[in-house]
Design a protein around this ligand. Structure first.
Ligand code: NAD
Length: 260
């Protein structure tokens, strides 16, 4: 079945992995609802770029810490496109700090954006997917949904929780032709990761190149960063008919990190 003419909401799609998925989807004829933070004019340009691929694109600025705004985004998308076919829960932030110094407000923000927002989008989208008898939910988790690293307590907790949510959703909608799956990337060079490099270099007294090789890629056996295109391609595969019996699963794209 062609995905042309379907509609996808991708949270946190003004940057990085989410934007890459939006472009990859648009390239297959899927209409896009962009979401995320950023400068209004820059976002307008992103929408125009996506519309150049002969699909429709709208932007909604729902803040993923605000359940009411999330529900409003789903309703706006349905008004614009008639329904929602694909939901990608991708928005995410990071904060790195020992537990005893971890600011409680950062903990709450990470749990809200990286985990709870997926509950709010999914609960609002499922009735539309059930009504039309087709849906694809993709949760962008992380290798940190499967294993921990020190100083990332909130992130690791949120991503483990997201994998539990993913499995629960899969069971609840299994007979409605709706699948729910997670993608667990290793390190991808996006703004989220690039921001951590200078600080880590300073903290450890090593060069930025050494941070990439000896810290970020230390557990990635391929010694390569994961590309955004690999994640977008996997998301497209999960939307395809080949994946109709894949549900409640996670696909690791982590260069062997979690195999070790
Ligand atoms: P990014 O910083 O490039 O993008 C994050 C997106 O989330 C942006 O569009 C940002 O505006 C949006 N966002 C942040 N706070 C928001 C809020 N309150 N409301 C709405 N949108 C908000 O980061 P990325 O690397 O592309 O990360 C995307 C997802 O991939 C995240 O869930 C992240 O945890 C996950 N991930 C990233 C990596 C990596 O190495 N980059 C690895 C594994 C998993």
């Amino acid at each position: 079945m062609s995905l042309k003419g379907k509609t996808a909401i991708i949270t946190g799609s003004t940057s990085g992995i989410g934007l890459g998925i939006a472009k990859g989807f648009a390239n297959k004829g899927i209409n896009i609802v962009l979401n995320g933070l950023g400068d209004k004019n820059d976002i307008k340009k992103l929408c125009a770029e996506i519309e150049n691929m002969e699909v429709k694109c709208i932007y909604h600025n729902a803040d993923m810490t605000k359940p009411d705004e999330i529900t409003a985004m789903i309703e706006v998308a349905v008004e614009a496109f008639g329904s929602i076919d694909i939901l990608v829960n991708n928005a995410g932030i990071q904060h790195v700090s020992p537990i005893e110094d971890f600011p409680p407000e950062k903990w709450n923000e990470i749990i809200a954006i990286n985990m709870s927002s997926a509950f709010h989008t999914t609960r609002a989208a499922i009735p539309y997917m059930k009504k039309q008898g087709w849906g694809r939910i993709i949760n962008i988790a992380s290798a940190h949904g499967l294993v921990a690293s020190p100083f990332k307590s909130a992130y690791v907790t949120a991503k483990h929780g997201l994998l539990g949510f993913n499995k629960t959703v899969a069971l609840e909608v299994a007979q409605d032709n709706i699948t729910s799956n997670a993608i667990c990337p290793g390190y991808v060079l996006t703004p989220l990761v690039e921001k951590q490099i200078p600080d880590t270099a300073k903290a450890r007294g090593i060069s930025e190149e050494e941070v990439k090789r000896d810290v970020l890629l230390a557990a990635q056996w391929t010694k390569k960063f994961v590309s955004i295109e690999e994640i977008a391609g996997t998301a497209l595969f999960l939307c395809s008919d080949y994946a109709q019996n894949i549900t409640g699963a996670h696909i690791s794209i982590d260069g062997g990190w979690t195999a070790a």
